[in-house]
Design a protein. Structure first.
Length: 173
């Protein structure tokens, strides 16, 4: 499973978003996403997040706030993404070779062209709730997502051994 980090930098009630419009064969092309990327061998998730922010934005992060994790599944591709925010950073924005950087009011982010799965966790970044979600796509099309904390509790209470998502519904057996 690929491990990644994603951070939303906060300034003046806005998130720094990256509009992916500069790389060829980019699975995120045309989408707005936070700042992040792959965790390199030997890095902690925090170190990876700080490095990715510096590389993509030129900004130096002084503090990260951890919000949890989201597991993405798209056919045979699986990714575990660790989510962060930060309102404590400094420096000047640079031009990013992956896309266009822009601050977007937090209340307007869900109106952007973002991944459907991102719409599930983005509102939770404003709360103190620790995120533990799974988001499923099939052939790049959003199938659904769910909070793993709630599912684990349900499975334990009902003594259910397996679950599977089919056509945006969770099957328990």
């Amino acid at each position: 499973m690929v491990e990644t980090v994603l951070c939303y930098l906060i300034k003046d009630d806005s998130y720094l978003m990256l509009y992916r419009n500069k790389r060829e064969n980019d699975m995120n092309e045309g989408k707005y996403i936070g700042i992040g990327g792959h965790i390199e061998k030997g890095e902690t998730k925090e170190e990876a997040c700080i490095r990715e922010i510096k590389e993509e934005t030129g900004l130096t992060v002084n503090r990260l706030d951890y919000h949890g994790k989201v597991e993405f599944q798209n056919d045979n591709y699986k990714e575990l993404m660790y989510l962060f925010t930060s309102d404590d950073f400094s420096g000047e924005l640079i031009e990013c070779n992956e896309g266009t950087l822009c601050f977007v009011k937090i209340d307007n982010v869900l109106d952007l062209n973002i991944w459907e799965g991102d719409k599930l966790f983005l509102p939770k970044l404003k709360t103190n709730e620790l995120i533990n979600m799974k988001v499923v796509y099939k052939n790049g099309i959003f199938e659904g997502g769910y909070n793993l904390w709630h599912i684990k509790n349900l499975l334990n209470q009902c003594k259910i051994k397996h679950m599977k998502m089919v056509k945006k519904k969770v099957l328990l057996y």
